[in-house]
Design a protein around this ligand. Structure first.
Ligand code: IPE
Ligand code: IPE
Ligand code: MG
Length: 232
């Protein structure tokens, strides 16, 4: 079986750069190229949803120079790729806390979402300034607002209702979560949505991750028996 929704923690750009005696900036640039290629490959496999972790709420704590170069790279990459993404029928969406993002980046994001909103191909979600805990707290606040305005009753809130206020909304949960770069942790990615996701960790640093590596992850996934707590 193929996963319907793949989520990826794209980690290891800095270490890749160090190994190649290059700047972190160069590592991130190579990482952006990998992201582009993996989006294309995933789309060509007919997978419906791909969610990429590009920048975490905790990544704001990096040196300002690195934060700024990452933000500039997001704009550059979006400018360079949006036409192709649209031509390939990709529907792009951004999730995360936009309150600290620069206006110029928010404008690009809004435009890209608008341009591709009716596309029927790959659903690409980019998690930018995203944190799993922020997502849950944000959903709780949205629900509180609805209760206060009498649009929602507390008794009606179940897991599905709650999900609809989360950033991924009613998109299916990820079936497979891939983390590159050797760490075996979630680093505050989609906490709510990965309750029953299959987890795949590999040592390959993100700029070195190619379609064959994705195939290995898909092989791993195909061998999983998903029980969801039942005994079958
Ligand atoms: C992932 O690469 C990219 C972001 C977190 C933005 P890193 O920059 O974390 O690379 P390492 O983990 O230091 O190698
Ligand atoms: C996770 O990588 C975030 C992204 C890939 C965007 P980090 O490099 O920030 O995670 P930690 O610090 O190793 O947990
Ligand atoms: Mg890292």
């Amino acid at each position: 079986m193929k996963p319907n929704h793949i989520a990826i923690i794209m980690d290891g750009n800095g270490r890749w750069a160090k190994n190649h005696n290059e700047s972190r900036k160069f590592g991130h640039k190579r990482g952006a190229i990998t992201a582009r290629d993996i989006v294309r490959f995933t789309g060509s496999l007919g997978i419906e949803f791909l969610t990429l972790y590009a920048f975490s709420t905790e990544n704001w704590g990096r040196p300002l120079k690195e934060v700024n170069l990452l933000m500039a790279l997001f704009i550059e990459t979006l400018d360079a790729e949006i036409k192709d993404l649209n031509n390939n029928n990709v529907k792009i969406r951004f999730i995360g806390d936009r309150s600290n993002l620069k206006k110029s980046l928010i404008n690009k994001i809004d435009k890209a979402e608008l341009l591709t909103k009716n596309n029927q191909g790959l659903n690409l979600t980019v998690a930018m300034a995203y944190g799993g805990r922020w997502d849950i707290v944000n959903a709780a606040k949205l629900i509180q607002d609805k209760i206060e305005s009498n649009e929602l009753n507390q008794v009606d809130i179940d897991e599905e209702q709650f999900s609809s206020y989360m950033q991924l909304g009613l998109n299916p949960d990820p079936d497979l979560l891939i983390r590159t770069g050797g760490e075996r942790r979630i680093s505050n990615f989609l906490l709510w949505n990965i309750a029953y996701t299959e987890l795949y960790f590999c040592d390959t640093l993100w700029p070195d991750f190619v379609s064959d590596d994705l195939e290995l992850a898909l092989d791993f996934y195909a061998q999983r028996k998903r029980r969801y707590g039942k005994n079958v």
